[in-house]
Design a protein around this ligand. Structure first.
Ligand code: HEC
Ligand code: HEC
Length: 496
C-alpha cells in the first residue's frame, strides 16, 4: 500500500517536473526566436512575420499533428471505457473498506473503549452487572447481580434508531448513557461504529430457536422440580434445601472468620458439611435426570394438546374455519379461547408455557418480558431472597409480582384486556412492538419505541441490511419468537 502510494507519487512528481521544465524550455525558445525577429523589422512590417508556406504545412508537419491526435484519441477511447468498467469495483472496494474499518472500530469500542463486553459478554452473548439496589428514599438495600441481556439479537427486536436511543440515554441506571445526548462519553460517529459491530454479531434464526427452546426446557424443569409430588422430586427438593442451608451456614461463618473464603476454612465442620451436602445433591440430581426428562416430555405433550383442544373448540363454534385460507382466523379464534380463564380442562399447561416464555432465562433474559415488566426479575429476586451483603436477612422485595410493571407498564388485573380488545390485536402488538412515537391499543402513548417487537419483522420494524458488502452473506434479522410462542405469552398475559 505504502509502496504503491509512493510509486504513484514519484511518477506524478516526475511528470510534473517534465511539464514544468518543458514549459520553461518552450518559453525560452519562443522568446529567443521573437528576439531574432527584432532585426528584421527593417524589411518587414512588425506584424508581418512570414509563416510556413502551404507546401511546408501540408507535408510532414500536418501528418505529424494528425498522427499525434490520432494516437491521443485512441488512448482516450480505450482508457475511458476501461476506467468506467472498473468503477463498480472501486465503489465496492471503498464500501468494503468502510465496512471493515467501522466494524473493527466498533469492536474496539465494544471490547476496550466502552467495555460493553464486561456486562454484555463476548460478542454480545449476555452477562450481568453487579449493582446496588436502593430504596425509594435512596437508602442502600442490597448489592445484586443484574442481568445484562444478550445483544446479539438486539436488531431483531429494535430498529437501529431505537438501539441508538438506548445507547444514547442508557436505561434504568444499570445500562449507562453512552451518547453525548445523554451526557455520555461517545460521539455520534462512535455510536454508529458500534452499530456496524452489532450488525456483524447478530446470530442466526436456528441459534435463536435453540436458545428459546432450551430456556423453555430449563424453565419447565424448574417448575416441575418445584411442584411435582413424585418422590424423586420431593427428595431432590429436600437435598437442595439441606445444601442451601449448609451453604448459608458456611457463608455466615466464612464471612465472620475467613472473609468469604471456604477454602481457608479447611477442617471447619460446617464447611465439611457443606461439601458433603453438595456431593449428595449432585448424586440425587443425576438420579433425577431421567424422571425429570420424562416429566418434561409429558408436560410438553400437554401444552400441545391444549393448543389442539382450543382449535377444535373454535372449529365447533365456526365450522368454516377449516375452509382453505382461514388459517389466521382459526389461530386467533383458538387464541381467544386459550386467553379466557377456565375455558377447558388441560388449559393450565398452556398458560404455564406462556409464563415460562414470559420469564425465559436463556441468554441473560434477552427473550423474556419479565426483565422489563416485572420488578426484581433481572436480579433474581423471585423467591424468598436474602440480603447478604449488608448482613441482614430481610427480603429485598416485600412481594414479587409477575407482570406487575417496572420499565414497561403493569400487565395485571385485566389491564391488557382494556388496552387490546381482542387477543389478535394483543398478539399483533407483541409481534411488532412499539414503534417510536406511534400510539397503540386503546390508549397506548407514543413512547420511545422501547417495547421490542418479538415477531417476524414488519414495516414498523424493517429488516436490516445485508451483513456487509462483498462478504457474500445476506443477513436478515430473524424473529425472536414464533407465532405459537407469542400466542402462549398473550394467553398468559390476558389471564393475569
Ligand atoms: C455496566 C454494565 C453495562 C455496560 C458497560 C453496558 N451495558 Fe448495555 N445494558 C446493561 C444492562 C444491565 C442492560 C439492561 C437494562 C435493564 O434491565 O433495564 C443493558 C441494555 C442494553 C441494551 C438494550 C437491549 C435490550 O434488548 O433491551 C443495549 C442495546 C445495550 N445495553 C448495548 C450496550 C452497548 C453497545 C454497550 C457499550 C457501549 C453497553 N451496552 C454497555 C448493562 C451494561
Ligand atoms: C426492553 C423492555 C421491554 C421488554 C423486554 C418487553 N416490553 Fe412490553 N413494554 C415495554 C414498554 C416500555 C412498554 C410501553 C410502551 C409505550 O408506552 O410506548 C411496553 C408495553 C407493553 C404492553 C402494553 C401494555 C399496556 O397496557 O399498554 C404489553 C401487552 C407488553 N408490553 C407485553 C410484552 C411482552 C409479552 C413481552 C415479551 C414477549 C414484552 N412486553 C417485553 C418494554 C418492554
Amino acid at each position: 500500500m505504502l509502496f504503491a502510494a509512493s510509486t504513484q507519487r514519484t511518477i506524478g512528481l516526475v511528470i510534473l517536473a517534465i511539464v514544468f521544465f518543458g514549459g520553461l524550455v518552450y518559453i525560452y525558445f519562443n522568446i529567443r526566436s521573437a528576439r531574432d525577429e527584432i532585426g528584421s523589422e527593417l524589411e518587414l512590417a512588425s506584424n508581418r512575420k512570414p509563416y510556413l508556406s502551404d507546401e511546408d504545412l501540408e507535408g510532414k508537419k500536418l501528418d505529424l499533428a494528425l498522427g499525434t491526435s490520432l494516437v491521443l484519441l485512441t488512448i482516450t477511447a480505450v482508457t475511458l471505457p476501461l476506467y468506467w468498467l472498473g468503477e463498480p469495483g472501486r465503489h465496492e472496494g471503498r464500501d468494503i473498506d468502510t465496512w471493515r474499518i467501522f466494524t473493527n472500530r466498533g469492536e474496539e469500542i465494544y471490547v476496550e473503549g466502552a467495555q460493553c463486553v464486561s456486562c454484555h459478554g463476548p460478542e454480545g452473548s449476555g452477562g450481568a452487572v453487579s449493582t446496588a439496589i436502593t430504596s425509594a428514599s435512596g437508602e442502600f438495600v442490597a448489592q445484586v447481580s443484574w442481568k445484562a441481556p444478550a445483544i446479539d439479537t438486539v436488531l431483531s427486536r429494535y430498529t437501529e434508531d431505537e438501539v441508538l436511543h438506548t445507547l444514547n440515554y442508557g436505561r434504568n441506571g444499570v445500562m449507562p448513557a453512552w451518547g453525548a445526548g445523554g451526557g455520555g462519553p461517545l460521539t455520534d460517529q462512535q455510536l454508529e461504529e458500534i452499530l456496524f459491530y452489532l450488525r456483524n454479531i447478530q446470530i442466526t434464526e436456528d441459534e435463536i430457536r435453540e436458545q428459546v427452546a432450551s430456556g423453555v426446557e430449563d424453565g419447565a424443569k424448574d417448575l416441575i422440580m418445584a411442584t411435582s409430588d413424585e418422590s424423586w422430586a420431593v427428595d431432590l427438593r429436600a437435598a437442595q434445601a439441606s445444601a442451601d442451608e449448609a451453604a448459608w451456614a458456611v457463608r455466615l461463618i466464612a464471612r465472620d472468620e475467613f472473609g468469604f473464603d471456604c477454602a481457608a476454612a479447611d477442617g471447619v465442620p460446617e464447611c465439611d458439611a457443606d461439601m458433603a451436602a453438595r456431593e449428595a445433591l449432585k448424586t440425587s440430581n443425576s438420579a433425577a435426570d431421567q424422571p425429570l426428562q420424562s416429566a418434561f416430555d409429558a408436560w410438553w405433550a400437554d401444552v400441545q394438546s391444549a393448543q389442539q383442544t382450543a382449535r377444535e373448540i373454535a372449529l365447533e363454534a365456526d365450522p368454516s374455519l377449516d375452509d382453505g385460507g382461514n388459517e389466521e382466523k382459526w389461530r386467533f379464534a383458538a387464541l381467544e379461547i386459550l386467553s379466557t380463564p377456565d375455558s377447558f380442562e388441560g388449559q393450565a399447561a398452556y398458560l404455564q408455557y406462556g409464563e415460562i416464555l414470559f420469564a425465559n432465562e436463556a441468554a441473560a433474559g434477552t427473550y423474556s418480558c419479565a426483565r422489563c415488566h416485572t420488578y426484581g426479575w433481572s436480579f433474581d429476586a423471585t423467591g424468598p431472597y436474602m440480603i447478604e451483603a449488608n448482613g441482614t436477612d430481610e427480603a429485598i422485595l416485600d412481594e414479587y409480582v409477575q407482570g406487575g410493571g417496572f420499565f414497561g407498564p403493569n400487565l395485571r388485573g385485566g389491564s391488557t384486556l382494556d388496552q387490546f380488545e381482542t387477543a389478535a390485536g394483543h398478539a399483533t402488538f407483541i409481534e411488532r412492538g412499539q414503534a417510536m412515537g406511534a400510539p397503540y391499543g386503546r390508549g397506548g402513548s407514543g413512547g420511545n419505541g422501547q417495547m421490542p417487537g418479538f415477531g417476524p419483522l414488519t414495516e414498523s420494524n424493517p429488516q436490516g441490511p445485508g451483513m456487509g458488502p462483498g462478504t457474500g452473506v445476506e443477513f436478515r434479522y430473524p424473529a425472536l419468537l414464533t407465532a405459537d410462542q407469542i400466542d402462549a405469552i398473550v394467553a398468559f398475559e390476558r389471564t393475569l
